[in-house]
Design a protein around this ligand. Structure first.
Ligand SMILES: Cc1cc2nc3c(=O)[nH]c(=O)nc-3n(C[C@H](O)[C@H](O)[C@H](O)COP(=O)(O)OP(=O)(O)OC[C@H]3O[C@@H](n4cnc5c(N)ncnc54)[C@H](O)[C@@H]3O)c2cc1C
Length: 386
């Protein structure tokens, strides 16, 4: 169980106890570093527990493909070692016209270059994978059987427990309120439950990252804004009915799959913001019902049990900001995951831990350079689902 009291001091402090903060602390503690996570509510209470479970390597640029390939290796390794479910049931992107097919052929070539075994399949093959699909308008599909899904509650809790076993301290219900800085050096953090002396800080607060940057006095422009995204869960149906994550950009940027309990979970691209509001809306219910039943008509028979909302912490190019902020020693950021931070977390943890312990990493972290916004060097828009 997470530590109740705030330690007096810690070499490294991670602000934010979502999947990203927890996996960073896990990786650092495993390497023998002294690390504390400070979380204002409980572990996983931010976007992490509201997410759609999806883990994919199907991106449209080299950096994200490489990083996600590594992340999937780590998801596989840790799910086996720590005993949480990570199912490689694949991701199936349904394609409806030549333009989409051409775009996905390019993506598949990039993925194949790094050993991600995605291939273009026929509508009939797609229907073999998900027999309930309506393929009357589908012309092809992009299929990678090694993509998958993991339970966000279960996996975050397991990473947290093992981080503690390696000596990390996880402090809940404690909010970071301010930085103590002397001559450009971090000396400590002021929290709602006292002060902690620390020299190295990682901002892993995602939707709240700009508030923490402001507290730290960071002037570099790192635009991360919270957007409301919603999700739905239906009553359970026969297990195995929708094994992969099914995506349809044509129908509302919809994504859907089946949870271990049997319900169909997913969402659409409908977005509101920037906002910190999290009330589910009727408009989302209307859209999700319309689009989901276009993809799988049988879903018409199902009851919706619940809808909820969470944040996508978005940047202008839908890629996170990961790296060291030079204005302040030693301040790092890993935030702005734009709707795909759950899947990235294990590889992000490795990159951040490498930067802190070795000053460099073999993974292409430059792609996520926090200074790219200020320099006007936006990346190609990362493939965002939902
Ligand atoms: C509907 C929906 C579906 C999604 N589907 C997917 C998906 O299928 N796959 C995927 O990869 N991603 C998905 N995402 C995105 C994913 O949820 C996020 O990218 C990921 O959870 C980000 O993790 P995090 O640890 O960075 O942030 P969070 O989980 O938000 O953690 C940040 C934490 O910081 C804490 N905090 C903030 N300020 C302070 C402070 N001052 N002091 C202390 N603590 C503080 C917060 O309480 C919070 O717990 C989805 C998101 C939504 C909303």
């Amino acid at each position: 169980m997470p530590t109740k009291t705030l330690p007096e001091k810690s070499e490294i402090t991670v602000i934010g106890g979502g999947i990203v903060g927890v996996t960073i602390a896990h990786e650092l503690a495993k390497r023998g570093e002294e690390v504390t996570v400070i979380e204002k509510r409980f572990i996983g209470s931010g976007s992490t527990f509201r997410c759609g479970t999806g883990i994919r390597q199907q991106f449209n640029d080299e950096a994200n493909v490489q990083v996600m390939k590594r992340s999937v290796e780590l998801w596989k390794r840790y799910s086996e070692e720590y005993g949480f479910p990570f199912e490689q049931t694949g991701y199936l992107f349904l394609l409806y016209d030549d333009e989409e097919v051409e775009e996905f052929k390019k993506n598949i070539a990039i993925q194949n270059k790094f050993g991600v075994p995605t291939r273009l399949i026929t509508p009939e093959e797609a229907k073999e994978i998900v027999p309930l699909l309506d393929i009357s308008e589908v012309v092809a599909a992009s299929w990678n059987p090694t993509d998958g899904k993991a339970d966000p509650f279960h996996s975050t809790a397991k990473f947290a427990l093992h981080a503690e076993e390696f000596g990390a301290k996880l402090v809940e219900y404690t909010e970071v309120k301010d930085f103590i800085v002397e001559n450009g050096e971090i000396k400590g953090l002021k929290t709602s439950r006292g002060t902690i002396k620390t020299g190295i800080v990682i901002n892993a607060t995602n939707a709240w990252a700009k508030l923490v940057n402001a507290m730290a006095g960071i002037r570099t422009k790192i635009p991360i804004e919270p957007y409301k995204h919603q999700a739905v869960i239906t009553q359970p149906i026969k297990k195995g009915a929708v094994k992969p994550m099914v995506i349809s950009f044509r129908y509302g940027h919809a994504y859907l799959t089946q949870t271990a309990h049997g319900g169909v979970v997913g969402g659409v691209g409908y977005e509101e913001g920037p906002t910190y509001d999290l009330n589910p809306t009727y408009e989302f219910m209307r859209q999700v019902s319309y689009y989901f039943t276009k993809i799988i008509p049988a879903l018409r028979e199902l009851l919706i049990l619940r809808t909820w909302a969470g944040y996508y912490a978005k940047t202008p190019d839908s890629n996170p900001a990961i790296g060291k902020i030079e204005e302040l020693s030693d301040y790092y950021i890993a935030a702005g995951f734009s709707g795909h931070g759950f899947m990235m977390a294990p590889a992000v943890a490795e990159m951040v831990a490498d930067l802190i312990t070795k000053g460099k990493t073999d993974l292409p972290v430059e792609w996520y350079d926090p200074y790219r916004f200020e320099r006007g060097e936006l990346r190609g828009q990362a493939l965002q689902m939902g």
